[in-house]
Design a protein around this ligand. Sequence first.
Ligand SMILES: O=C(O)CCC(=O)C(=O)O
Length: 287
Amino acid sequence: MKERKYYYAYEGDEAQSARTIADTLYKYDNVAVPQIATLQDITDAHVRQFMQEGYLVVDNAISPQEIESSTEALMDILFGRVTGPRVQFVKPSSELHSNEERELAVRKISEYIDHEPRLYNVAHQQGILDAMAKLSGEPVVVAQDQAILKPPTGGAEKPWHQDMAYGNLAYDRQVIGIWIALDPAELDNGCMHVIPGSHREGGVPHFVVRDWQLCDTSVSVQRDVAVPLKPGGALIFSGLLHHGTPPNFSNKRRRALQFHYAPASAKKLSPQEYKRMFTNEMTGAEC
Ligand SMILES: O=C(O)CCC(=O)C(=O)O
């Protein structure tokens, strides 16, 4: 059986299948432009827009210094100079011979804020906390910290999903995510794509297909809005918004920080509530 790799130059059937996914499950002609210069510029009108559309795009959420220190912190974790966070590789270490191979084989780094003050400071940056509290209507707590690295020429798709369908984010009130680009996130290297307003449909069953994801046939692809970002730009989005990222066919890195914030008064869903909202166990819905 051919080994499934995350970091590889696309070739043969895999290239075809990645291309089919990129071409049929994503659209590239409806592109969001940042409407908000900085986090401090979020107004009551933006809060209403967020409730309606489920997302906001901010041009400058973190500073060039924060971009640089965050990227350095991720590299320090990845190369073992800082220990404690979880690092998800897509290849066994026996196959990683150079620093570049090691770096490009990492898909996700998570649970780092308790080990990395530079990243803790970004997650708790006052501008982000204030924006999240404004959008949530009450103070918030950090519910999840991770970085998603989509390497050049083979960074795989993250299929369409709702973040609150992942157990650690399954709260009884809306969780809000912020996805912050560290590199340019563009149409050809796997920027975020969203379905505006989809959060208002509530929880939708997820299925194990290529990941824990929405059924491909239930995604409103024709409503897809792509959200390219420059480094330091951010997408703020509801934990119920349908979103995904296509493969990275380019020769450019696409690294991003992602934090989720839960209202301080929110409680975790019971297993029964979770099943009802995000699985097909109660309805028997099929994919
Ligand atoms: O960064 C990506 O490619 C996808 C991130 C995402 O949507 C997630 O991890 O929930």
